[in-house]
Design a binder for this molecule. Sequence first.
Ligand code: NAP
Length: 273
Amino acid sequence: MLVGWLSIACRLGSVVTGGTDGIGKSYAEELAKRGMKVVLISRSQDKLDQVSSEIKEKFKVETRTIAVDFASEDIYDKIETGLAGLEIGILVNNVGMSYEYPEHFLDIPDLDNMIKKMINVNILSVCKMTQLVLPGMIERSKGAILNISSASGSHPVPMLTIYSATKAFVDFFSRCLHEEYRSKGIFVQSVLPYFVATKLAKIRKPTLNTPSSETFVKSAIKTVGLQSRTNGYLIHAVMGLIISVLPSWLYFKFIIDMNKSTRARYLKKIKKN
Ligand SMILES: NC(=O)c1ccc[n+]([C@@H]2O[C@H](COP(=O)([O-])OP(=O)(O)OC[C@H]3O[C@@H](n4cnc5c(N)ncnc54)[C@H](OP(=O)(O)O)[C@@H]3O)[C@@H](O)[C@H]2O)c1
């Protein structure tokens, strides 16, 4: 199944939002490794140039870059122009932002701006990129859209409330879209990782349950065409099972205690510097 999906899509191109670091960069590399052209979209042109040359050199595939900030709403004409002429087989809606540190809703610094940015980056990007790319996939009766949600989209995470809720949107959006379009040859996947060692997670050192983005994506990409909803990584799936049988009071106590101590550590560090 996997071979089928990826081999057909490989003759086409791929687009990865937030493709210059972490999980997005690892998806871009895995797709390029399978011979796909890759379009990378993120904010910094310098990082885009660097990652796109690395991929071009290592995997001998064509690359394109589009520099935009998904926090803005008026970027989609520029993206459409940047994608012109490319037949897209795989879209990875990966770009996402989280909190600087866990916080109660009303105490989030610059709350107005944070609400807007989080919705634009985590939700609007997924809807608008899908709107741009899906018609071509339907015309060719083939395509995969991989939406990077989060385990916090399947279990609510207090003190990361807006993030967790945006990721629940991504999960529901993906599951509904999959049912709407699978008969037309489109595979939509909701990917729900727990912690992966990246800048966003503020975790540098990978461990068994916090894999590097490379390890995570090598595992997650094997589920394309097989699982429309996945944690992407066996140990994360086991963590999901354990959490789902905990009584909710115990789950929420654990999460809130963990997030309070993360906040305390962060604020202490900021005060010191
Ligand atoms: N890491 C985890 O533990 C974890 C767990 C569950 C889900 N996820 C999800 O996985 C996805 C990727 O996260 P990650 O941890 O790999 O993040 P990351 O390492 O911080 O990488 C983020 C990527 O997105 C780009 N980016 C960030 N903000 C952007 C913006 N406003 N506009 C355009 N591009 C932007 C960054 O490049 P520039 O800075 O140059 O723009 C970079 O290429 C996110 O949706 C996240 O919610 C992550």
